[in-house]
Design a protein. Structure first.
Length: 170
C-alpha cells in the first residue's frame, strides 16, 4: 500500500507545464526538480514533499517526448501520478523512471489537494486514508510495469537482471 498527500491538477497538463522548456539546457535532476510543475502551479516545487501523489484529469503529460518531465517529478519526491488518462510517451517515460503511473476514471473529481490517499495496488483501488470503504477502482498494472516500478525504474531493473546473469555465469 502506498499513501501520500494529493496535489490535484486538471486536464491537459502538458510536458511544458510539468517542466518548462526554458530549463531543459540543464540535465541535473536536482535542478529540474526546483522547477517542476511551474507552468501549472508555481508553488508546487517549493511545497511538494517526498512521497506526495499527483492526481490529474485527462491527458496528463501530453505534448513533447521530454523525459525530463518524469525525471523532475521523481526528483521532487512524487511517488505516483494517478490520472484519468495519460499522454502515452509521458506514461512510458514515467514508468522508466520508476514513478507509479495509474489510470483511474473519476479520480480528478473524487480527490482534492491536501487529501491523504492510499493506493492499494494488490486490490486495484485508491481511497482517502480516513475513508477506505469509499474507494475508486484503478487500472491493474501490467506485470512488467509492476516489476519496473518495484525495481525503482527500468535502468535499475536491467542492472539487477544483468547482475543476476553475471552471477549465474560464474
Amino acid at each position: 500500500m502506498i499513501c501520500g498527500k494529493v496535489w490535484r491538477f486538471g486536464d491537459n497538463i502538458d510536458t511544458d507545464m510539468i517542466i518548462p522548456g526554458r530549463y531543459l539546457d540543464n540535465y541535473s535532476a536536482d535542478f529540474l526538480s526546483k522547477h517542476v510543475m511551474e507552468g501549472a502551479d508555481p508553488a508546487f516545487a517549493s511545497s511538494v514533499s517526498k512521497g506526495d501523489i499527483v492526481i490529474a484529469g485527462r491527458n496528463f503529460g501530453i505534448g513533447s517526448s521530454r523525459e525530463q518531465a518524469a525525471i523532475a517529478l521523481k526528483a521532487a519526491g512524487v511517488q505516483a501520478v494517478i490520472a484519468e488518462s495519460f499522454g502515452r510517451i509521458f506514461f512510458r517515460n514515467a514508468v522508466n523512471q520508476g514513478i507509479l503511473v495509474i489510470t483511474c476514471p473519476g479520480c480528478s473529481k473524487k480527490f482534492d489537494k491536501g487529501d491523504e490517499v492510499c493506493i492499494d495496488i494488490e486490490h486495484n483501488r485508491i481511497f482517502k486514508k480516513e475513508d477506505e470503504k469509499n474507494s475508486l477502482e484503478i487500472k491493474k498494472l501490467s506485470p512488467i510495469i509492476a516489476e519496473i516500478f518495484k525495481a525503482g525504474g527500468l535502468v535499475n531493473l536491467l542492472r539487477s537482471e544483468l547482475s543476476n546473469k553475471t552471477k549465474d555465469n560464474n
